[in-house]
Design a binder for this molecule. Sequence first.
Ligand code: GDP
Ligand code: MG
Length: 163
Amino acid sequence: MLPLVALVGRPNVGKSTLFNAMTRSRDALVHDQPGVTRDRHYGICRLNEDTSFALVDTGGIAGEEEGLAGATARQARAAAAEADLVLFIVDGREGASALDDEILRWLRKTDRPTLLVINKMDGMDETTVLADFARYGFSDMLAISAAHRQGIDDLVDEVLQRL
Ligand code: GDP
Ligand code: MG
């Protein structure tokens, strides 16, 4: 079985865009509308014949426990709990939000190894944004732009070092 890496984060931070960039496929549903990806979605990130891992794009976590949003949040938690590594994706343009705080709280409970990945960093000042997320206490923070394929190779290297 391939090691499993879960993409977790609130809606619209760019999880599906990153999933596509890492799997180089278009099969994740990417849309401007927050929370459009409702199901878990699996793909493979393949570096070469000997090196690959499975990736799961979790649905948007809307922070609600009722209805569809609640079911989606539960799926995302389940995906994170079974993953070998979690990529906690946040939006560098919007900065740390209350929903990010909430997701981080349950991620800590699942106790999986977690990397903080700050997306949408195209045109952003890295020092300022990293300072905003410093309070989350991650020793490693990766700044990327999934849409512009910036930082993806470094991210994949970091992932492989942890699997
Ligand atoms: P998800 O809800 O977390 O899966 O987010 P999506 O992948 O659907 O992306 C939500 C929106 O953010 C889309 O309009 C994307 O084009 C945009 N987006 C994703 N990655 C980036 C990025 O690196 N930079 C910028 N500027 N926009 C991005
Ligand atoms: Mg999505």
